[in-house]
Design a protein around this ligand. Structure first.
Ligand code: ARG
Length: 587
């Protein structure tokens, strides 16, 4: 469907033309003085310079041609030359009716792109912590949004499964159990099927090893050697690595499931390995890579850089691959498996320079074509109420599981406070609402900004929060259920009258759906969806408080109200689906 402002704008443009002015002046916007009018056109001001005429004269000429317009009413020229207007009721009724029966409420999708989004990045053998929350929450939402707009999107978790943490675990394991066959270079038999550790063991071994390596240089050397041996494909370490993966991955899956975050691909840094050798050779052969202070680098500076972009390091002095090497090789893997038009990375914004280097190097060396889009969405830090990165009460890194439990418990308290509710149902509802609280709390901010994780605020049923949106949906569901209890069907209700300002405000907000979703998509800005549904929920609640819906005696009015409620509920549900959460039946 065409946007409502474009339809109105077309008529105004015609009026400009009829009055002898340029049609492009007839652009219409939502009014910035909603107390005065609903929409406005400021074209007369721009026309004043062009035609060397007072803007009010132009505005009056145009206004005189507007009497036949179907989309607007109440035209008023305000000094110095604003054209203020309201939207015609019949036109708005038709527009909203068409929206309510159109797929995606008339939203026109984009030209479909094949995309990979990289929004996981957890490191195997380390538990998920709050830092992983943002990439998961934003990434899942951006994936949903791109799909909603018609893109063909694959989500890749891109596990950190190839780094020093693997060597650290192996070193510590050898100290504790030196007799394990994995450490015997002469062992020729099959390795045991059962892993020599549990998840709980791993979760204790890793931090212990990490602490030791920080104090003991020799220990760290040993861990680096284990990592090196693993990367060389030594069989004992490879077998141990497989065990670490098989123990960790189900736990990661469980945690992402709880967040309702999913990935189509569970690949990792290790999958890039087969590409590294040839890639490095290609960079050398084609003269892109050269030796600098013993390391192998590629220059990626551009003439118009305003800040220093250091060369992209491909191999360290000792020949070891780096984070950049893995990411470049991963692009090769993705190109050969999926051939995407676009790869989008969602990580902490502190990784921005890394991705600038990777992207430039990939383009320069021909790893991707010129028209393959490589994009980075960096997010800020999630802080505690003290404004510092979120920590446990003891000052340690907060595990994601603990954080979610805290917010679930808080939500459960709120739901059961002063109320008789079934324990089981209350728990389920608390889980659903808590997830909305966490996700909305994150997504309602601009991704690049830091934000404060404030449990009291996020779980509140009032204000710009997830629970407020859910509460609004639940309220609408309950009204509709009561309406249907009388044997009527809400879905069959048709809108045919507008009878109050609150009703019209709700309708105007409904018409803003497509513009909001499109802006969120184009700017990768989920917070624009949040602002939209917050406004819509406010409009609904304003309407609900001012108008009697179920008690309305005029059947045609009541039907109009119900029809609006159905559309409003569907839009809210569809939007929260894109944001990545859902509403309970009751709250
Ligand atoms: N594992 C990395 C980390 O914890 C994040 C990976 C992000 N994705 C990527 N392709 N580099 O910092």
């Amino acid at each position: 469907m065409k946007k409502i402002l474009d339809l109105i704008g077309n008529e105004i443009a015609q009026a400009f033309e009829a009055a002898g002015y340029d049609a492009t002046l007839g652009k219409v916007t939502w009014s910035n003085r909603p107390d005065l009018c609903e929409v406005q056109c400021n074209g007369a001001m721009a026309g004043a310079k062009l035609y060397k005429k007072a803007p009010a004269m132009i505005a009056n000429d145009v206004a005189a041609k507007l009497s036949e317009c179907k989309t607007i009413k109440d035209v008023e020229v305000i000094n110095p030359g604003f054209i203020n207007m309201n939207i015609a009721d019949d036109f708005l009724i038709d527009y909203v009716s068409e929206m309510s029966t159109s797929e995606k409420f008339g939203l026109e999708g984009s030209e479909s792109k094949k995309m990979i989004i990289d929004y996981g990045g957890p490191n195997v053998a380390k538990p998920l912590h709050v830092g992983h929350l943002r990439s998961a929450v934003i990434g899942q939402c951006v994936k949903n949004l791109c799909r909603y707009m018609g893109d063909d999107v694959t989500g890749d978790i891109h596990l950190g499964d190839w780094g020093l943490q693997m060597g650290l675990i192996m070193t510590e394991l050898r100290k504790r159990q030196p007799d394990l066959v994995y450490f015997d270079p002469d062992y020729t038999g099959d390795y045991p099927v059962e892993p020599p550790f549990t998840l709980a063991d791993l979760e204790e071994i890793y931090p212990c090893a990490s602490a030791k390596s920080k104090e003991d240089e020799a220990y760290k050397e040993e861990a680096m050697n284990d990592t090196f041996m693993l990367q060389q494909g030594e069989k004992g370490r490879t077998a141990l690595w497989k065990h670490i993966m098989s123990v960790s991955i189900p736990d990661l899956k469980k945690n992402y499931d709880k967040l309702q975050v999913s990935f189509e691909l569970w690949k990792g840094e290790s999958d890039a390995k087969p590409y590294i050798k040839d890639m490095v050779q290609m960079m050398k052969d084609k003269g892109f890579a050269y030796e600098s202070e013993g390391a192998l680098v590629v220059d990626i500076k551009k003439d118009d850089d305003v800040k220093e972009i250091p060369p992209c390091m491909i191999l360290k002095k000792d020949g070891a691959a780096l984070y950049t090497t893995t990411d470049l090789a991963t692009i090769l893997d993705r190109m050969s498996d999926n051939a995407p038009d676009k790869i989008l990375y969602i990580t902490d914004k502190r990784q921005e320079m890394h991705f600038t280097q990777v992207f430039r190097c990939a383009k320069k060396t021909g790893i991707v074509k010129d028209d393959t889009e490589l994009a980075f969405l960096g997010f800020g830090t999630m802080n505690g109420k003290d404004g510092k990165p979120f920590k446990t009460r003891e000052g340690g890194v907060m595990r994601l599981e603990s954080l979610l439990k805290e917010i679930n418990d808080e939500m459960y308290k709120k739901i059961t406070d002063n109320r008789e509710v079934d324990e089981n149902e209350a728990r389920k509802t608390a889980d659903i609402v808590a997830l909305a609280a966490v996700k909305y709390g994150d997504l309602s901010n601009q991704p690049t900004k830091d934000y404060v994780f404030d449990i009291d605020k996020f779980t509140s049923f009032e204000g710009n929060t997830g629970p407020y949106i859910l509460y609004t949906i639940v309220r609408i569901k309950s009204i509709l259920a009561k309406y249907e209890a009388n044997g009527k069907s809400a879905d069959d209700a048709k809108i045919n009258v507008i009878d109050s300002k609150h009703q019209k405000d709700l309708m105007l907000d409904i018409t803003k759906f497509a513009t909001s979703i499109q802006a969120a998509y184009e700017e990768l800005a989920p917070y624009k969806i949040c602002s939209y549904i917050y406004d819509l929920a406010n409009s609904f609640n304003g309407f609900y408080h001012e108008c009697r819906i179920l008690a309305e005696e005029d059947a045609s009015k009541q039907e109009s109200y119900i029809s609006l409620l159905v559309t409003c509920k569907k839009i809210l549900e569809e939007c929260i689906g894109v944001l990545g959460f859902s509403a309970p039946e009751r709250m």
